[in-house]
Design a binder for this molecule. Structure first.
Ligand code: ADP
Ligand code: MG
Length: 730
């Protein structure tokens, strides 16, 4: 092995398990101890301030200057008592990461200093944030962007080593009020959904005053040792291996899935879970995933915006804690070719303040009508807006999963299980199209409740191929990427369902006005929706070629790459659902699409450059070194008079290696020429499409030759850590 590769492997083999930071302490003893939660607010805020914050959380009311001062003062006392010395507005710019800019509490005064934190500093800040993507909304000469406090998400203290910082969740907007982050549109979409859903809930439950969208994500990730990570420039700079031959043993045996967790990784999990728990992130499950060195964690579900904050925090914590364990977490959607990639299932539902999960079947037929109403409306919403959902999960990383022989396909379809299919078919058959006869339908089977849980368990476990599945009491959007901010997908989800519920209510009202009974009106509309939405319902194998053909016949889109999926955001439909609903302004939406195209181009550009560098500076030189050894050997054999036939194998191998080297040179040159051409386009969309169509095809060609060389060249001189080393040494 080359020295650096050998050293890396030796380092990994000799690693010790890192002792846990918190051992033998009950989670309940420290859960949410670093959150400015209700009990802390009660203790540290005046009655007026406490009430105002609660009101702001519940109804979104504004907080006055004086009250803000009072809240800030209480928050500061709490944070300082916890050992915090600085504070930061914490936000989610369109880079996909989180951002913070720290300020200290202290202020020089007289010949000493005091600790201050004013209401102004709590409510609004103006970070010099000119370098965040804005899609042209904010020219750099007009760099002002503001962060504004979001009282709906509690403040918390982030500990980094001994340092402690008070973090205030905020939204990020431009001087002219346009959103520059993920959070603001998400909050707007949740509000829009609530406004649309409440009148529908009131058809069944007059007492509800609030509807919240709920999200429970499941985060998949890989873990590898730091020493091997540093040996792979492609992993370091692009998050995935651009080359690397598959090991002889991958995931075929399925022996990793739910297997025992390796000790070092286990320690890492317990450590980041403890950090999560301190921040009130309700992580509850951990297990091995399908691929070697792949794992998953999941929390209890929460209100969507809090769940998104918590997922962003989790990803941040996972990265930091991994370093403590000399490990690296890979959140990329496809770090390794040939084995499964990672996703982030988004379990989504809606709940009322009267304690109802609107996607959970009720105990009585009457309550089942409420369930059916929301269930069928979600299906209708997805049927009409499948393309927008596809756009919402588009990224260069996720393209390696969607439609690339991997779960799930790029075709958006809905899985509901055979039991619900039967129930809907029964309704379609029994409810007359033109008139609902309450008497003859009195026995219509709506007693869904008791059977669903068993049936769903049965069905959904078997069908892991659907991108959007009903799993008993929630829908599970499985096509979201593992490194993505869930906001984009959840914003679209809230928007399409909200829009659908508005339309539904109008139709119901119309029928009722025309003299029909409420139940009858609802049943007839749901029946119609089901009939209209059948094309999006699919229960079979989502990976199969047969489904691709069938989906095409049904007119479902199957767009496999990001630049083309993003076009769905610029359609008339997109404007109706995302702009006319007040979630984005037209300019905000255009800017966002612009940024997504640009991010894609940057990503592919970086990957191409890293790949060219790896091939030219590492792969080709080591191949030549081995080639020269072969040549020396062939010459030597000839020199001492051994028959030419005896060096046949060496000559063949030498020829193959020389051919691969040549092919690599040709492909890398062509790829680099293609990189130049991408700049010819005028718009960001033209650029990204050029990267997609003209640059990416070389990745596979180059990889094929490089991986062939890996299997031919002397292992002792191969420069990069191999798949088997990264995935199997623990
Ligand atoms: P499975 O592991 O079979 O997918 P679980 O019951 O473990 O199902 O749930 C997976 C995720 O779904 C968890 O994060 C959980 O919190 C979330 N979840 C459960 N109920 C809801 C709901 N009503 N709304 C949103 N997410 C939910
Ligand atoms: Mg699940």
């Amino acid at each position: 092995m080359t020295n650096s590769r050998k050293n890396a492997v030796e380092t990994v083999v000799n690693r010790e398990v890192v002792p846990l930071q918190i051992a033998g302490v009950k989670v309940s003893d420290y859960y949410a101890s670093n959150v400015f939660k209700d009990s802390a607010m009660r203790e540290y805020l005046s009655d007026d301030a406490y009430k105002a914050v609660k009101e702001a959380i519940k109804a979104g009311t504004k907080i006055s200057r004086e009250i803000a001062d009072s809240v800030a003062s209480g928050m500061k006392s709490w944070a300082m008592q916890k050992g915090a010395t600085s504070y930061t507005h914490w936000f989610q710019p369109l880079t996909g990461l989180t951002a913070e800019k720290h300020d200290m509490f202290f202020m020089p005064k007289g010949d000493g200093a005091v600790e201050v934190f004013s209401g102004d500093a709590l409510v609004q800040q103006e970070p010099d944030a000119s370098s965040f993507p804005s899609g042209g909304i904010r020219a750099t000469f007009e760099a002002r962007g503001y962060t504004a406090w979001d009282p709906g998400s509690p403040a918390f203290i982030m500990e980094i080593g001994e340092a402690k910082t008070l973090c205030i969740p905020t939204i990020f907007i431009s001087y002219t009020g346009e959103s520059l982050d993920y959070k603001a549109p998400l909050l707007k979409s949740a509000h829009f959904l609530e406004q649309a859903a409440l009148p529908v809930v009131h058809l069944f439950d007059k007492d509800a005053t609030k509807v919240t969208a709920t999200l429970g994500w499941e985060q998949e990730y890989f873990v590898i040792d730091e020493a091997l990570f540093y040996g792979r420039p492609d992993l370091m700079f692009s998050g995935r291996t651009l080359i690397g031959a598959a090991p002889q043993k991958g995931q075929q045996f399925e022996d990793h899935y739910f297997g025992t967790i390796p000790e070092r990784v286990y320690g890492y999990m317990l450590d980041f879970e403890a950090e999560c728990h301190k921040l009130g992130i309700p992580i509850r499950t951990r297990h091995n995933e399908v691929a070697p060195s792949q794992f998953e964690c999941a929390p209890m579900f929460e209100e969507v915006s809090v769940a998104v904050d918590h997922n962003q925090l989790l990803m941040d914590l996972m990265e930091r804690v991994a370093r403590r364990h000399k490990l690296r977490v890979l959140l990329h959607e496809k770090p390794f070719a040939g084995i499964n990639g990672s996703g982030k299932h988004n379990n989504w539902s809606m709940g009322t303040d009267t304690g109802k999960n609107l996607l959970s079947p009720g105990k009585t037929p009457k309550n089942n009508l409420l369930f059916l109403t929301f269930f069928v409306n979600v299906i209708k919403a997805v049927n009409e807006n499948a393309d927008l959902l596809r756009a919402s999960i588009a990224s260069a990383n996720n393209d390696h999963r969607l439609g690339a022989n991997e779960a799930p396909p790029a075709i958006i379809s809905v899985f509901i299980g055979s039991y619900m299919t039967d129930a809907l078919n029964e309704i379609e058959k029994r409810v007359a199209k033109d008139k609902y006869d309450e008497l003859s339908n009195a026995n219509l089977k709506l007693d869904i409740h008791n059977k669903i849980p068993d049936v769903m368990l049965d069905n959904t476990d078997r069908n892991r191929t659907s991108p959007f599945a009903f799993t008993g009491n929630k829908f599970e959007f499985r096509a979201v990427g593992s490194s993505a901010n869930c906001s984009q997908a959840m914003t679209v989800m809230n928007a399409i369902v909200g829009k659908q519920l508005l339309d539904f209510k109008v139709e119901v009202d119309k029928l009722i006005k025309g003299g029909e009974g409420k139940e009858g009106a609802i049943m007839r509309i749901l029946r119609q929706y089901y009939t209209d939405s059948k094309k999006v319902l699919f229960e079979g194998d989502g990976y199969s070629d047969a489904w691709e053909k069938e989906a095409k016949k049904r007119g479902l889109s199957n767009v496999k790459t990001t630049p083309y999926a993003l076009d769905f955001y610029t359609t008339k439909k997109a404007k109706e659902v995302l702009v006319n609903t007040g979630i984005y302004t037209e300019r905000e939406l255009d800017a966002r699409v612009d940024i997504l195209h640009h991010t894609y181009s940057l990503k592919i550009d970086t990957e191409a450059r890293i790949l060219a560098d790896l091939i030219t500076n590492q792969i080709v030189p080591s191949a030549i070194e081995y080639l020269n050894k072969l040549i020396t050997n062939i010459k030597g054999l000839k020199e001492i008079g051994i028959a030419a036939s005896a060096s046949k194998a060496q000559k063949e191998t030498a020829t193959e290696i020389a051919e691969h080297i040549n092919a690599l040179k040709v492909a890398v040159d062509k790829m680099q020429a293609a990189l130049e051409v991408t700049h010819n386009g005028k718009t960001t969309a033209e650029h990204s499409k050029a990267y997609c169509d003209k640059v990416i095809p070389f990745f596979a060609i180059i990889r094929e030759h490089a991986d062939a060389l890996e299997s031919k060249v002397d292992d002792s001189i191969w420069p990069l850590p191999k798949y088997r080393e990264m995935l199997f040494i623990r």
